[in-house]
Design a protein around this ligand. Structure first.
Ligand code: TRP
Length: 452
């Protein structure tokens, strides 16, 4: 299909902000600091960097490439690029469909807490330096079934109405405005945090690695985070790649997105850890770090209400771009394969997520005891998607490109038919995708399933 008859990004800047919008999300501001805090700081960061460079970036490049080569949704793309009799490759796309819905079910819930916290911060309801009171406010929000559902539905209404407008007029138009704003807010917060007395302990925690803290479990957690961060392994980057322009330099774009995403994570770390240390809080607070420790940290600093409100607005913004990219996977499949039309495909997707989201939203109340493998629905969805479907999808994409699609076709695609001189770089990416990435991902997957 040629470029013009299908919706797509309209400029190089549009490609960059939309793709970066997908990568930057709650992963940077909620998962990254809490995992870094819980896994010992700089050592974790070092391993995460290696995982991102050696596995994340190559997978991101080839996944995006498959999308642009096929110019189709995650399922149809594999029908187009796989050899004729190997129909089973399209199950990667269906796995992505399932993973997108599962991630959306819990992601929209966390985004809902963030939206609620914007208003709580403004109203001064979380202005307390006592982590216990902060904890009680958070518990009250998540344990009340009605408020948990209400905020999740607000999130779905907001992102659903954007996705309906399509790729250029919806995703691109919105991320173009939000991404620059996000960087400005983040810089303001960093300036505040770094000028606090005692900030250097936080920087030390973040940047001076203690190699003894790098255990096998830390290695594996870091690789899983790299997948989640770069939105890879489930056809999300593939779907966005299908909207890239013909002359877009894919390896360069992916590398830029990777570095910009990493900078946002580091800036979030710089905004959070110096403040955590300056006020004597616990960096290893885990997933609650953002919702319990952060309000306390902000309250303890001058101008706290303003900075706290800014922080949650920033996080809400970050969640929008990521959710749009998650929604686009099922929306593209439904609209292109079943001729549903953009509106009906969007409404169907939002409806399914709203239903799947109910057990996730009620995980701190009504369904907290509905346990499968000792996990409530929220944790189960997170586990199934991040620890099973993403790595599995990642391995399959690597095996497909490394062993079926092959180097010559990959070199042709990534050089835009010979227009770019990047043969050496492509060979390196091919080697990583053929051997290094599938083997390391297999290790994560097996560990995640506790098979070794
Ligand atoms: N990368 C996003 C974040 O860090 C989340 C996300 C968006 C994602 N699309 C995805 C994760 C696809 C896995 C797969 O918050």
């Amino acid at each position: 299909m040629n470029q013009s008859s299908r919706d797509g990004f309209t400029s190089s800047f549009g490609v960059l902000v939309a793709t970066l919008g997908s990568a930057v999300g709650l992963g940077n501001i909620w998962k990254f600091p809490s995992l870094t805090g819980a896994n010992g700081g700089a050592g974790f960061l070092l391993v995460y960097l290696l995982a991102t460079l050696l596995v994340g970036l190559p997978v991101m490049i080839v996944e995006t490439m498959l999308g642009r080569a096929a110019r189709a949704n995650a399922v149809s793309a594999f029908e187009r690029v796989a050899p004729r009799r190997q129909w089973w490759w399209k199950s990667i796309g269906w796995m992505g469909f399932a993973a997108a819905l599962l991630i959306l079910a819990f992601y929209s819930e966390v985004a809902g807490w963030v939206y609620a916290y914007v208003f709580k911060a403004m109203a001064g309801q979380i202005a307390t330096t006592d982590p216990q009171i902060a904890g009680a406010v958070f518990a009250e929000l998540v344990a009340n079934p009605l408020s948990a559902l209400f905020w999740q539905w607000v999130v779905l209404a907001v992102t659903g109405s954007i996705i309906m407008f399509g790729v250029a007029k919806g995703i691109e138009a919105v991320t173009r405005k939000l991404m620059p704003l996000l960087f400005i807010l983040l810089l303001v917060l960093c300036a505040r945090s770094l000028t606090l007395p005692g900030a250097s302990a936080g920087l030390q925690f973040l940047f001076s690695p203690d190699l003894a803290k790098i255990t096998p479990a830390v290695l594996l957690t870091a690789l899983g985070l790299a997948f989640f961060k770069l939105s890879i392994g489930m056809g999300c980057m593939l779907t966005y790649g299908s909207y890239f322009r013909d002359n877009q330099n894919i390896p360069v774009t992916a590398t830029r997105v990777m570095f910009a995403d990493l900078s946002v994570s580091l800036l979030a770390g710089i905004a959070i850890f110096p403040a955590v240390f300056a006020f004597g809080f616990e960096p290893a607070a885990g997933p609650s770090l953002v919702f319990m420790t952060i309000p306390a940290v902000f309250t303890a600093m001058p101008g706290g209400t303003l900075f706290m409100t800014l922080f949650f607005i920033l996080t809400a913004i970050a969640s929008v771009g990521a959710m749009l990219s998650l929604l686009e996977v099922p929306v593209a499949i439904l609209s292109e394969r079943y001729g549903l039309g953009r509106k009906r495909a969007s409404l169907t997707t939002i409806g399914v997520v709203a239903v799947l989201g109910v057990p996730a939203a009620l995980s701190a109340s009504l369904t907290s005891e509905a346990k499968v493998f000792a996990m409530n629905p929220f944790d189960l969805f997170d586990f199934l998607s991040s620890n099973v479907l993403l790595p599995l999808g990642g391995i399959l994409i690597c095996l497909f490109v490394g062993w079926v699609y092959g180097l010559p076709e990959m070199a042709r695609q990534l050089s835009n038919d010979g227009a770019l001189r990047n043969r050496r770089l492509v060979s390196v990416v091919f080697f990583l995708v053929r051997f290094v990435a599938p083997l390391s991902i297999a290790a994560v997957l097996l560990h995640g399933l506790k098979l070794f």
